[in-house]
Design a protein around this ligand. Structure first.
Ligand code: GDP
Ligand code: MN
Length: 427
């Protein structure tokens, strides 16, 4: 039974990778910022949110809560992941979003949240550390809507996605009630005009003309923010109309294009690396493109395309990659050694697969790095290597003369098969 399950999940993984590439690769080129930072950006762009204050300790949260004139507030874990409301903390506390009445309750909840990990359907089992909370004025929603601006592959334009079924996961709405989602492509030279925005707001069914107008202005300003800040994602869920007649963003998730870092310093200064995987941060310092996956074959490859292909070939051979790692075109022996350290840093890794196509990158430089790393790091797991291209012969000679137990191949499929076999037999 177990063998069948393993087989089935690997087949599913292989199928998904062949179609889409590894799922976890897609979001890593974007900077995400915390909700309270996102709300500051919204306010700067004339978009309404409830009043809010961040806090990084229980005492600070207590003091912040007292500034809301005795009105009810919400306390929200500042963790870079969606689904906080329905998440739970590693200490057992249910929910990353709580509606509370007194500053004392805020202090107690902040005490439990700060320093603990919040687990949501987006974080995986490990969860993410909560180092701050946001205290916001609680508002009574009369209705919850959804609004997002994203880049759309199909139209190759930014699109506004809006729905009157907000507050829940938009993926569920898309599945169960696709007609409730209005998608509007935006001409990026003209932006979103107020008339179009107003038509969308009208279709969504805001309960008065005044609210419709406020919603339309919100959409226009959300697009301006998206455009001016090189955002890749502006997602408001929920966008609400309140019982006292206001349109407000109760939650905000902003993502930004990392290629725009050079001209968006103000935004990129808001990066919080405590929310990122430490090994991925470390890799970044060495110019390595490293993303953890959940398999057991450590991969070291040059070039993102070849790295993706390598993951596919391993999957097709029934293996599970432990990571995506592109050492780039200019890696030196030190970077290769660092790469090995990162691969070996995971207790799950049972075999290492090096797949290098030497173009600008010379195979002998890689071989030197491998040999150095193998000796210095006392490598105990099998190492399968495929080197082709520039200085291939020199590289092979180096490996041979090193007398290290390295399994060398020319053919990619054979090499992948060997890596999969060795990972299996090491279990
Ligand atoms: P997420 O779960 O990470 O998306 O966090 P949200 O900030 O969206 O909070 C989860 C849910 O809490 C929202 O969908 C709202 O339904 C609810 N919520 C958030 N702020 C308020 C508020 O001020 N008043 C009320 N009544 N509900 C709120
Ligand atoms: Mn939300």
């Amino acid at each position: 039974m177990r063998a069948y399950n393993v087989f089935r999940s690997q087949a599913a993984l292989a199928g998904r990778m062949v179609r889409n590439g590894p799922a976890s690769l897609t979001q890593k080129r974007f900077l995400s910022i915390h909700e309270y930072r996102s709300m500051e950006q919204l306010n700067k762009h004339g978009i309404n949110t409830p009043k809010f204050l961040p806090a990084t300790s229980a005492d600070e949260a207590f003091a912040a809560a007292k500034k809301f004139d005795g009105k009810p507030v919400v306390i929200k874990a500042q963790v870079l992941a969606g689904g906080r409301g329905k998440g739970h903390f590693d200490n057992g506390l249910q929910g990353g979003v709580h509606l509370v009445k007194t500053p004392e309750e805020v202090r107690d909840l902040a005490q439990k949240m700060i320093g603990s990990k919040l687990i949501t359907k987006q974080t995986g089992e490990a969860g993410r550390i909560c180092n701050a909370v946001m205290i916001a004025e609680a508002r009574a929603p009369a209705h919850e809507y959804y609004a997002a601006i994203l880049n759309d592959r199909v139209t190759q334009l930014p699109i506004l996605i809006a729905s009157n079924q907000g507050g829940m996961s938009i993926e569920d709405v898309a599945k169960e009630n696709p007609d409730a989602i209005i998608t509007t492509p935006i001409d990026y030279t003209k932006g979103l005009d107020l008339k179009t925005a107003q038509e969308i707001a009208h279709k969504l069914g805001f309960s008065s003309e005044k609210l419709e107008k406020q919603a339309a202005e919100t959409f226009v300003n959300l697009y301006k923010l998206f455009d001016e800040k090189d955002a890749t994602q502006v997602e408001i869920n929920p966008l609400v109309e309140t019982k006292d007649g206001q349109v407000l963003c109760l939650d905000a998730k902003l993502g930004f294009d990392e290629n725009a870092e050079f001209r968006q310093k103000e935004v990129f200064d808001l990066r919080d690396i405590s929310q990122e995987d430490p090994s991925e941060v470390e890799a970044g310092k060495y110019g390595l493109n490293f993303i953890k996956l959940d398999g057991n074959i450590g991969c070291l490859v040059n070039g993102a395309g070849l790295a993706m292909a390598t993951l596919d070939v391993l999957s097709l051979n029934g293996g599970k990659p432990a990571n995506f790692l592109d050492v780039g075109g200019g890696a030196n022996a030190a970077a290769v050694k660092k790469a090995f350290e990162l691969l070996l840093g995971s207790k799950d890794v049972r075999a290492i697969f090096v797949n290098i196509f030497g173009g600008i990158m010379r195979c002998d430089v890689i071989a030197e790095g491998i040999i150095q790393a193998t000796k210095e790091l006392d490598l105990k797991i099998p190492l399968v290597v495929r080197l082709q291209g520039t200085k291939e012969a020199e590289a092979k000679k180096l490996i041979k003369e090193s007398n290290l137990k390295i399994f060398a191949f020319d053919n990619l499929d054979e090499a992948a098969k060997a890596a999969v076999d060795k990972a299996h037999t090491q279990q």
